[in-house]
Design a binder for this molecule. Structure first.
Ligand SMILES: Nc1ncnc2c1ncn2[C@@H]1O[C@H](COP(=O)(O)OP(=O)(O)OP(=O)(O)O)[C@@H](O)[C@H]1O
Ligand SMILES: CC(C)(CO)[C@@H](O)C(=O)NCCC(=O)O
Ligand SMILES: [K+]
Length: 249
């Protein structure tokens, strides 16, 4: 069994890989409890991933160190931290400095390329929202604050007080008649507007991009999306799977 891990900014996600089959993605938010305790709760009953552990980490060196230490202690194994490269699995990285591109974005692109041939727009709606376009090669991308991040930024820079992060969008008007709805719609429209703007730009040039979505905020955006799309919650893990398959047969 191999263990594939996506360490994001707010949550750690993982799945096992057995004979080319990826198990259902599991996730735990980091929250306030120590990562070491969270890992013990999540993984102590797992089979030892004796065929190897691969990690996409954008959560920093300290979390990586805790993860490595936990694995050494409980499994006597060292994880492989995947690095962004210039070329991988048939894709060329568009960044001037390829290493600067977040490894989660790189792996999501690789995952998307395995799912859909042809031009794709890959959008990861997590703590940050990233958008990357693959049209032949990687064309580059965009980074914006995620849904919760936008919400928190607004509340910490104003005197507005609301209870929930995002409201249910059932039977909502196009424009808001209360504060909570106004914030929810503002944030959701910002994301939808970005998608429309970028995909529209490529359409004007004659390219039809297939939209591939991943990340925790996708369900909140779905009611507003007037395009066909594919929602792939474990896209980063699928990218890791593709990388592992090419390097390990
Ligand atoms: N019900 C919800 N409605 C809206 N947004 C949500 C909801 N649940 C989670 N989210 C968003 O999803 C984010 C978590 O996304 P994800 O599960 O992709 O993990 P992440 O670690 O934050 O992401 P990343 O890997 O991009 O760092 C939260 O920060 C929040 O913005
Ligand atoms: C943008 C995030 C935070 C999204 O998780 C991550 O991919 C990251 O830290 N990227 C480095 C910056 C970049 O991709 O240009
Ligand atoms: K992510």
């Amino acid at each position: 069994m191999k263990l594939l891990i996506d360490m994001g900014n707010s949550a750690i996600k993982w799945a096992s890989l057995k004979q080319k089959r990826l198990s259902a993605q599991q996730a735990i938010p980091y929250q306030s409890d120590s990562l070491d305790n969270l890992l013990t709760q999540a993984w102590l009953k797992l089979d030892v991933p004796s065929q190897g552990i691969w990690v996409s980490n954008v959560a920093g060196a300290q979390k990586a160190e805790i993860l490595s230490h936990w694995m050494k202690t409980h499994w006597e194994l060292n994880p492989t931290f995947i690095k962004t490269s210039r070329y991988e699995c048939g894709i060329k990285n568009a960044y001037d400095n390829p290493k600067q591109l977040g490894v989660d974005r790189w792996l999501a692109l690789i995952g998307a390329h395995h799912l859909e041939k042809g031009p794709v727009c890959v959008v990861d709606c997590g703590t940050a929202i990233t958008l990357d376009v693959l049209n032949g090669h990687h064309q580059g991308g965009i980074i914006m604050p995620g849904v919760t991040t936008m919400h928190n930024a607004l509340l910490s820079n104003t005197q507005i007080q609301v209870n929930q992060t995002l409201q249910d969008r059932d039977k909502q008007a196009f424009l808001a008649q209360d504060t909570q709805t106004g914030i929810s719609l503002g944030i959701l429209y910002a994301v939808i507007g970005l998608l429309e703007y970028v995909i529209g730009h490529f359409e004007k040039q004659g390219y039809s991009l297939k939209l591939i979505l991943t990340g925790g905020s996708v369900p909140a955006l779905e009611p507003l999306l007037n395009r066909t799309y594919r929602y792939v919650p474990d896209l980063v893990l699928q990218g890791i799977k593709a990388v592992v398959s090419t390097t390990n047969g």
